[in-house]
Design a protein around this ligand. Structure first.
Ligand SMILES: [Zn+2]
Length: 43
């Protein structure tokens, strides 16, 4: 699936099965969402 990270508020959403990144162009805060195939924690 993948994740969408908001550049503005820092929130992230995990895409559910059947959902596409294109369906979520903007966050609820109207920030720009960026798609990541995996959520890589900076460890
Ligand atoms: Zn946001």
């Amino acid at each position: 699936m993948g994740y969408l990270l908001c550049k503005l508020c820092g929130g992230y959403y995990e895409l559910m099965q059947g959902e596409k990144p294109e369906d979520f162009l903007n966050c609820q805060c109207h920030g720009e969402l960026e798609y990541y195939p995996e959520l890589n924690a900076s460890e």
